[in-house]
Design a protein around this ligand. Structure first.
Ligand code: LLP
Length: 426
C-alpha cells in the first residue's frame, strides 16, 4: 500500500494530497482513507479468483462510513451486515439488497423484519432459537427467508484470542455435529429456505492452514446435506484475511484462492466472502499531533492528541500499529526510543512502548498506519474529546466524509431532566 501513502517533496501524502494540509484544514486527530487503495485491494481479491470471482460482501463493521461503502459498492461489492443499522447503511450507500447478508448472534425481531422487508440475499442463523424466530416472523408476513446456518467448525485460527470466533467455546454459530438435524428442521419449517452454509473463524489471520481445515469441514457438511436431499447451493466463507501492521502480511491471496478452489472443487457452489479488514485497513491512516515529549520515571513519553478514544486496538488487543512522522525523515535526525501514549486518564491509554522515532515536539504530526479498519468505528466520546473527522482522498480530490464532532455537538443530544434544572448553568 506504499504507493498510496508515500513521501514526496519532504512530506507524506495520501495519493496526491499532503497529509499536513488535511491536518491543517480539518484538525487532528484525523482519519484519512485512500479510495484507490480500497479499490486496489478489492480488485486484487477478485482477480485472485478469476475467472470465477465469489460475491465479495464487505464486512461493514470494519469501517461503516457511507463513502467507504459507496467506493466498494461502485465496484460491485455486496455487504456483510450485523445489525439493522448496517443494513440501512449498506442500502443508503447503494448496495443492492440482493448482495446483502445479515449475520450476528443477537438479531432482534425488528431487525429480522427489516431484513425480510428489504429482501436481502441471506440471513446467517446463529442458533436453533433464532431459526424458529425467523421462520415465525417470515411466515407471519407471508415470506420465505433464504438462510444459511452459521456453523462453528471448532478450528482455532492463529490470531488474537479476542478475535478468534470458530472454537467450540466461542459464542458463535452452531456445533457442526448438530447442524444436519437443524438443517432438516429448517427444510421442514415454513418461512425459511436453507440455501447455504456459513462460517467465520476469526480475524487478522495470516496462517492459511486454519481456513483450509475449517472450509474442509464446511464442505463435508454441504455434501452430507445434499445427500439428505437439502439443496445447499451457497457457501459463505466469512472474512478474516489478515493485513500488514508491522513486518507481517498481508495474506497471500493466490494461495488463499487456491485453497478455496481446492476445498470446493466439483461442488458447483456460489461462494461468498466477507472481508472487512483486508479491504480497508491498509487504506487508512490516523493523523495525530504531538502535544509534548515528556520524560518521567526514566522513560520518554510521546504524548499525542489521539488516544484509546480514537484508536482502541492497542489498548484492547495489544495491537501494535506502525507509527511514522508526517515530515520526511532527514539524515541528521536523532532517533530515540519512546513510549507513545494518548491523553486519556488511564494507564491502558498507550499505543506501545519503545517506538523508534525522531525527536518530535509540540504540533509535529504523526501517522498511525493500517488504521482504516476497526479505527473510527470503535472510537468513543470517552473523556469528551472531539471525535475525529474522516476524509476520503481520491487522486488529487478529497472530501470530509464525516466532520469532526466538537464537545458542543456531543452534548447536543443530551438532556437535563426538569427536576434537576439549574437556571444558573452556563
Ligand atoms: N464476518 C463475520 C461474521 C465477522 O464476525 C467478521 C468480523 C467479519 C466477517 C470480518 O472480519 P475481517 O475480514 O475484518 O477480519 N475489532 C477487531 C476485529 C473484530 C472482528 C469481528 N468480526 C480488531 O480490531 O481487530
Amino acid at each position: 500500500m506504499d504507493e498510496f501513502f508515500s513521501h514526496r517533496d519532504g512530506e507524506l501524502r495520501c495519493e496526491e494530497v499532503p497529509l499536513a494540509e488535511l491536518a491543517r484544514r480539518f484538525g487532528t486527530p484525523l482519519y484519512v482513507y485512500s479510495a484507490n487503495a480500497i479499490r486496489a485491494r478489492y480488485r486484487a481479491l477478485v482477480e485472485a479468483f478469476a475467472p470465477d470471482p465469489p460475491l465479495v460482501c464487505y464486512a461493514l463493521k470494519a469501517n461503516h462510513n457511507l463513502a467507504v461503502i459507496r467506493t466498494l459498492a461502485a465496484l460491485g461489492a455486496g455487504a456483510d451486515t450485523v445489525s439493522a443499522g448496517e443494513i440501512l447503511r449498506a442500502r443508503r450507500a447503494g448496495v443492492p439488497a440482493s448482495k446483502i447478508v445479515f449475520a450476528g448472534v443477537a438479531k432482534t425481531d425488528q431487525e429480522i423484519r427489516l431484513a425480510l422487508e428489504k429482501g436481502i440475499l441471506q440471513l446467517n442463523v446463529e442458533s436453533a432459537q433464532e431459526l424458529e424466530r425467523i421462520a415465525a416472523i417470515a411466515s407471519a408476513v407471508g415470506r420465505s427467508a433464504p438462510i444459511a446456518l452459521r456453523v462453528n467448525p471448532d478450528v482455532a485460527a492463529t490470531t488474537h484470542d479476542k478475535i478468534a470466533t470458530g472454537r467450540k467455546h466461542d459464542k458463535f454459530g452452531i456445533d457442526l455435529a448438530e447442524a444436519p438435524a437443524l438443517y432438516e428442521r429448517a427444510n421442514a419449517l415454513p418461512g425459511v429456505e436453507p440455501v447455504g452454509v456459513h462460517l467465520h473463524i476469526g480475524s487478522q489471520i495470516l496462517d492459511l492452514a486454519p481456513f483450509e481445515r475449517a472450509y474442509g469441514r464446511a464442505v463435508e457438511l454441504v455434501r452430507e446435506l445434499r445427500a439428505r436431499g437439502i439443496p445447499i447451493r451457497r457457501l459463505d466463507l466469512g472474512g478474516g484475511l489478515g493485513v500488514r501492521y508491522g513486518d507481517e502480511g498481508p495474506a497471500d491471496l493466490r494461495a488463499f484462492a487456491a485453497l478455496v478452489r481446492r476445498a470446493t472443487a466439483g461442488l458447483d457452489l456460489e461462494l461468498v466472502l466477507e472481508p472487512g479488514r483486508f479491504l480497508v485497513a491498509e487504506a487508512g491512516v490516523l493523523v495525530a499531533s504531538v502535544i509534548y515529549l515528556k520524560e518521567a520515571g526514566g522513560r520518554r513519553f510521546l504524548v499525542l492528541d489521539a488516544g484509546m478514544n480514537t484508536l482502541v486496538r492497542p489498548a484492547m488487543y495489544g495491537a501494535r500499529h506502525a507509527i511514522a512522522p508526517v515530515r520526511a525523515p532527514r539524515p541528521e535526525d536523532e532517533i530515540l526510543r519512546m513510549d507513545v501514549v494518548g491523553p486519556i486518564c488511564e494507564s491502558s491509554d498507550i499505543f506501545g512502548r519503545d517506538y523508534r522515532l525522531p525527536r518530535l515536539g509540540p504540533g509535529d504530526l504523526l501517522v498511525f498506519h493500517t488504521a482504516g479498519a476497526y479505527g473510527m468505528v470503535m472510537a468513543s466520546d470517552y473523556n469528551s474529546r472531539p471525535s475525529p473527522a474522516e476524509v476520503l482522498v481520491d487522486g488529487a480530490r478529497f472530501a470530509v466524509v464525516r466532520p469532526r464532532r466538537e464537545p458542543e455537538e456531543q452534548m447536543a443530544s443530551e438532556r437535563i431532566p426538569p427536576w434537576l434544572d439549574d437556571p444558573g448553568r452556563a
